[in-house]
Design a binder for this molecule. Structure first.
Ligand SMILES: [Zn+2]
Length: 135
């Protein structure tokens, strides 16, 4: 378990580094301010943290459900609590990922959430009109 957590943290650090590098490159290209580079880096780390949280919540939920299967008397409230926490994290993750894509200069279709090019006027997938980026 300890080793797993350490590996996860190493991966997190590496990924944060590369997110930062990519954000910097992207921002240089788009001529953005330093503050925005930093925001994208922070958001990238948040995305990874959320993914990490979600997988440990899922693990916990799995253990709980298996315990119930084995006849352990765990209240429904405990399961409910984990599911609620998972829903919240998943929603935050989706939001953070969307913001991150926008920061990297991509458009997200308002209708189907497809990732589109920054110069696209219409969604490639569903044809919805893509409005100019609101920032
Ligand atoms: Zn679409």
């Amino acid at each position: 378990m300890d080793r797993k957590i350490r590996e996860m943290l190493d991966k997190l650090r590496e990924a944060a580094q590369s997110v930062g590098d990519n954000a910097e490159r992207g921002a240089k290209y788009a001529g953005k301010k330093a503050g925005e580079i930093w925001d994208a880096g922070k958001l990238g780390v948040r995305v990874l943290e959320l993914k990490c949280d979600i997988s440990s919540l899922q693990e916990e939920l799995g253990r709980l459900v298996y315990g119930i299967h084995r006849g352990r008397d765990t209240g429904d409230a405990e399961v409910e609590k984990l599911i609620t926490a998972l829903d919240e994290k998943a929603a935050e993750l989706a939001d953070a990922q969307k913001k991150l894509r926008r920061m990297r200069g991509r458009k997200v279709c308002p209708a189907c959430e497809s990732l589109c090019g920054s110069d696209d006027a219409f969604c490639k997938r569903c044809g919805a009109h893509l409005k100019a980026e609101e920032r």
